[in-house]
Design a protein around this ligand. Structure first.
Ligand code: NDP
Length: 274
């Protein structure tokens, strides 16, 4: 049996096992995919134990994407570009290969729902692993990104990591109200929705034409998207589409075959697999 798993803390909310089961059924692949809870200071031990005991591939979620990057022997170009990884694979030579499929998964979903254009002006809220993973594909697509985060220092680290590229800027979250910038797309890449709260940010960013995207997903509207609607946004989406797309690119890395994500997204919603 081929064994895969997702590692995170918290992990209870993750829908990745259901999605990978749907992919495997669609493509007649026999595999096992589990959720593994990792104590905050024990990532390296848990992941090494998994690979020593036959694990072939892993997805990595909050808050371990940087730690996962650090244990890789090899990286894909996407992994190199982002500096964090959400997908690991054991190679034939028993090395750990790291990839980042979050960015390409998000971009694919944003295109599907027509939330992004080549020159979109994006406000990215959050500077954790998910935020870092999506920056490169978005600027590479032609967008401009303003990063804001509860902890300003982390925005500074991201700016430095991306080498102060001219289409990335940072702003203190408390200064948002003073700079009247008209964003085309706002992406909430914080983990605040997991706890049912929203980032403490000025509602001046919301207007009726702005697209609002929450990386978090749920069977009901996320707290952030609810807040966006309340302040006048009309076009909102949660991160379910991204979740399925990024999972499909991980699946491709492991099995060399791409699932039909349109069918899986439909199936997920119809069967209310939340
Ligand atoms: P990390 O733990 O690496 O980063 C968390 C980020 O959220 C940090 O920027 C942190 O700010 C911020 N944050 C946490 N709580 C609050 C709060 N109450 N107010 C404001 N900011 C807050 O997590 P990840 O980056 O890995 O994941 C972020 C989210 O994205 C999660 O909800 C995850 O489920 C989702 N995700 C969804 C995917 C999808 O496919 N749909 C894929 C990947 C992630 P600070 O620096 O100040 O601590």
């Amino acid at each position: 049996m081929k064994i895969f798993a997702i590692f995170g803390n918290p992990i209870k909310h993750s829908k990745s096992p259901i999605i990978h089961k749907l992919f495997a059924n669609q493509l007649n692949i026999v595999q096992q995919y589990e959720k593994i809870y990792v104590p905050i200071n024990n990532f390296n031990n848990v992941i090494n134990h998994f690979f020593k005991n036959g694990g072939l591939g892993a997805n990595i979620t909050v808050p371990f994407k940087k730690m996962a990057y650090n244990i890789c022997d090899l990286l894909t170009q996407r992994g190199i570009n982002s500096g964090v990884v959400n997908t690991l694979k054991i190679t034939k030579k028993n090395q750990i290969l790291g990839d980042n499929t979050d960015g390409i998964g998000l971009l694919k979903d944003l295109k599907r729902i027509n939330f992004i254009y080549k020159n979109s002006n994006i406000l990215l809220i959050g500077a954790g692993g998910a935020a870092q993973g999506i920056i490169y594909p978005l600027i590479n697509f032609g967008c401009t990104i303003m990063i804001t985060n509860r902890t300003y220092k982390k925005s500074c680290h991201l700016l430095k990591y991306f080498n102060n590229k001219k289409n990335i800027n940072i702003i203190k979250i408390e200064d948002i109200n003073n700079k009247k910038i008209n964003y085309d797309l706002i992406i909430n890449a914080t983990s605040s929705s997991i706890k049912g709260v929203i980032p403490n940010i000025s509602s001046s960013i919301i207007h009726s034409n702005v697209f609002c995207y929450d990386l978090f997903y749920s069977n009901k509207i996320t707290p952030f998207l609810d807040w966006c609607l309340y302040h006048g946004a009309k076009k909102i989406s949660d991160g379910l589409g991204m979740l399925i797309e990024q999972a499909a690119y991980s699946f491709f890395l492991w099995h060399g075959i791409m699932p039909n994500t349109t069918l899986i997204l439909k199936k997920f919603k119809t069967n209310n697999y939340f």
